[in-house]
Design a protein around this ligand. Sequence first.
Ligand SMILES: *Cc1c(COP(=O)(O)O)cnc(C)c1O
Length: 375
Amino acid sequence: MDFIPYGKQWIGQEDIDAVVEVLNSDYLTTGPKVQEFEEALGDYCDVEYVIAVANGTAALHLASLALLKKGDRVLTTPNSFLATSNAILYAGAKPIFVDIAEDGNIDLDLCGEILKNDNSIKAIYGVAFSGRMLDQKKLKSLKENYNVLILEDNAHAIGAKEGETKSASCKNSDVSILSFHPVKHLTTGEGGAITTNSKELYEKMLTLRGHGMVKTPEMKPWEYEMRELGFNYRMTDIQCALGLSQLKKLDNFVARRIEIAKRYDEAFENSIIKPLYTHDGKSSYHLYVVQVDFSKLNISKVDLFSRLREKSIGIQLHYIPINKQPYYKDLGYGDEITPVMDRYYEQCFSLPMFPKLSDEEQEYVVETLFEVLNA
Ligand SMILES: *Cc1c(COP(=O)(O)O)cnc(C)c1O
């Protein structure tokens, strides 16, 4: 059996052809493909404005500079990739880590409690963890009751829906970000995007993407003005062509991920392996996360990881609580009371989940997992 990672991209000949076409054209960067990709993403996500950027972290950085000021306090989740809360720090603001709910997403009820007692909170940075949308009704009511800014990190969740609401449509949030890293749903190598329905935020983030430079029709032909300290966070035409080609296949990719999730759900029914959630239509399944109570078994999580690796299966863990990282501990974090996250971290791991995973490979993963856990 070839090694089966927890996630990987699926590049077809049509993707390669799309990239080669750009390589043979006049523009390698900031040509027609960037705008085409932004428009296609806007249509797909059902959102007004899209800015393609160098990666998901750059998207979080620009969004944070647009939303936050130095010293602002922001509720966020310990259960994410580092970049989510790092972006709060980039803006000189202060992350406050809130416990997660049973589905692995930030506990929005707890956020409500905190907001009720503390009107100094500026924003909530939530993550649609593993591809499951943040509860839209709760986001809406938090926005209405507390006038709080909301950023949805949808790096895991392009293609997810809650009823009619699509992920990254920003129906109940101010800004959303996407990542096109190869383990995510669609890839451009490195790449990311910001989505918003606010013209003001859009213009601010667009300017920041390109060095803070502005050019208007009234200016002389050579003129430009630098109005803010910005960055070069542009995406290339080469990447955007790949993104456009991948986006055409995204619905098929998501459908296949859901198919795989349902097969896992079925295989683990009434067993010692507990899916983080079973299929209910709200996840586009970047990850398939399970929990196992290792205190009841003869095998530790460390041994499980190495046994499976010996058998060519690459499980992963998403995530180590961000507030427990050494850098964050040095800033005074790490002692937050987060019982759900603590138990989750003890028990969780992620199984192979990517559209190219074959039924035979998936059966092998399930069989091997039971065999090793029951040994
Ligand atoms: C991947 C990821 C990011 C960062 O995206 P990059 O494109 O790798 O910079 C941010 N947040 C979450 C939740 C992610 O999974």
